[in-house]
Design a protein around this ligand. Structure first.
Ligand code: ADP
Ligand code: MG
Length: 383
């Protein structure tokens, strides 16, 4: 989606030129799943797919939002009427950002916004964070709020938690706001410290495929809440502020102290997953990118068997890709559908992709969407 195209569409829609055009990417999480609400580690990278927003201020307290990807004309809201619990469909996401900024004491006089995106929605690639971050980036600049990127991510997380009502962690928004070209972003979700870890696959003859199973997850549904509550129970029983505080070498002893088999499984996933993130950083920092393959595979097994958030389609991607010669594969994102990632030698990429497509066909599943994920830049101004 080019900036000038989106500016043109804005002008056609609202009868004036936008003041600027911004883009924010979707993301793939390389490793570190469901650790973000356990004060743990995550390691996402930004996709080349972005949500683009053309924006102009208004001074009459009106917020108009339009998306080229949704049916219907602009949704018109009043900034003063915004409140958590409102149901304005997809417009809830930009509305949530405006409400959160206002609630934090910033004056937002209104805005006209036109959105167009290449981030698949509901595919576990975080189209919701891209949408919120792009709106926040635009308003931050136009209204001269002076917010740093990590602060924008925090505000967008609050918008999704409080206004939209989805209890998501801080990863997606931070990835969209803070990632850089050719890197994965190591984020410690406890203190929000970050490190850009080189992750340039093309230079090494490697490729990372994203396989969108087209199975739609419902992120804010009960399963996510149950996992979260189970993790909190585990931390409480172990007497630690968060599962992040259980050292990997003390895991067996910690598991012995837990009474519920379910909580034991959840704890084991979180503690081993944090350890896997640290391992991947070590390997990438040492330039040993191929060696992360088995770590990704172990991560998938943990999500499937211990956290129990995989599904037949995701398992089929992983099993088929590995049989067809991939170096590693795992589901990525919240689970119950969405996407898997596959690390593969350049030369084997087509064979692996075809094998996955054939396996889906044979199983009678909807054809997956397969694309190459190039670690890309975070949110930025285009025009
Ligand atoms: P994910 O973040 O994994 O893509 P979510 O369910 O969290 O899935 O967010 C998807 C929702 O975000 C969509 O149902 C829609 O309400 C909103 N959304 C995302 N992208 C757009 C877009 N380009 N235009 C309008 N709404 C969008
Ligand atoms: Mg989302």
């Amino acid at each position: 989606m080019s900036g000038t195209e989106t500016a043109g569409a804005f002008e056609e829609l609202y009868g004036r030129a936008p003041e600027g055009v911004w883009a924010a990417p979707g993301r793939v999480n390389l490793i570190g799943e469901h650790t973000d609400y356990n004060d743990g580690f995550v390691m996402p990278f930004a996709l080349p797919h972005t949500t683009v927003a053309a924006v102009a201020r208004r001074d009459d307290g009106v917020l108009r939002v339009h998306s080229a990807d949704m049916p219907g004309g602009p949704v018109e809201l009043r900034v003063a009427d915004l409140a958590p619990g409102r149901e304005d469909g997809w417009a809830n996401y930009p509305a949530a950002v405006v409400w959160t900024l206002a609630d934090a004491g910033h004056t937002i006089g209104g805005a006209d916004i036109h959105i167009a995106s290449t981030v698949p929605t509901g595919a576990g690639l975080s189209s919701s964070a891209a949408l919120q971050v792009v709106v926040a980036m635009a308003l931050n600049e136009l209204y001269e709020l002076g917010l740093e990127r990590w602060r924008i991510a925090r505000l967008c997380q609050r918008a999704e938690n409080v206004y939209v009502g989805a209890p998501v962690g801080i990863m997606d928004q931070t990835a969209s706001a803070c990632c850089t070209d050719g890197h994965a972003l190591f984020l410690d979700t406890r203190d929000l410290s970050q490190r850009q870890v080189p992750f340039d696959l093309a230079a090494l003859g490697l490729r990372l495929l994203v396989v969108d199973t087209q199975v739609k997850h419902a992120h804010s549904d009960g399963e996510y809440g149950k996992r979260r509550a189970g993790c909190e129970q585990g931390a409480a029983e172990l007497g630690v502020p968060a599962l992040r505080d259980v050292p990997h070498e003390e895991l067996p002893a910690a598991l012995d102290r837990l009474t519920s088999a379910e909580v034991r499984r959840l704890v084991r996933h979180i503690v081993t997953e944090n350890h896997r993130v640290e391992r991947v950083i070590e390997l990438l920092s040492a330039g040993d990118v191929r060696a992360i393959g088995p770590v990704l595979v172990a991560g998938h097994a943990s999500l499937r068997d211990d956290f129990r958030i995989s599904c037949p389609e995701l398992d089929l991607v992983v099993d088929t890709a590995l049989t067809a010669g991939a170096l590693g594969a795992r589901m990525t994102g919240g689970g119950f559908g969405g996407s898997a990632i596959v690390l593969v030698e350049d030369a084997a990429a087509d064979t692996v992709a075809k094998a996955v497509e054939a396996a889906f066909d044979e199983a009678g599943f909807t054809a997956p969407r397969v694309f190459t994920a190039v670690p890309s830049a975070g949110a930025r101004r285009l025009v």
